[in-house]
Write a protein of this length. Structure first.
Length: 96
């Protein structure tokens, strides 16, 4: 009989086989493509900002992105393996 942890590991492997998730950590600038469904239409809306937190908990992994929009700080938390996350692009910040 399978343990719940084994099932979660298999799910993560199956998701990673389909989608490529780049390496990023807190402090990196990332651009997240979020799938938005409006009626019968589907589109991608990008949310670009600084990753301020990342939690690695197998299938329950998540990350938080913060951006400034019209002078107000906006934070959004995404589940890393969620189907609404269409793409993630990471921009490493280089220190001089």
């Amino acid at each position: 009989m399978k343990n719940i942890e084994d099932i979660n590991r298999e799910s993560v492997k199956r998701i990673l086989a389909k989608n490529k998730i780049p390496e990023f950590s807190a402090g990196d600038t990332i651009k997240v493509g979020v799938r938005i469904v409006e009626g019968k239409r589907e589109r991608i809306q990008y949310f670009e900002g600084v990753c301020i937190a990342k939690k690695n908990r197998n299938i329950n992994s998540s990350f938080t992105v913060r951006k400034i929009s019209f002078g107000e700080g906006v934070e959004r938390t995404f589940a890393l393996y969620s189907p609404i996350v269409g793409s993630i692009k990471s921009y490493k910040i280089r220190k001089s």
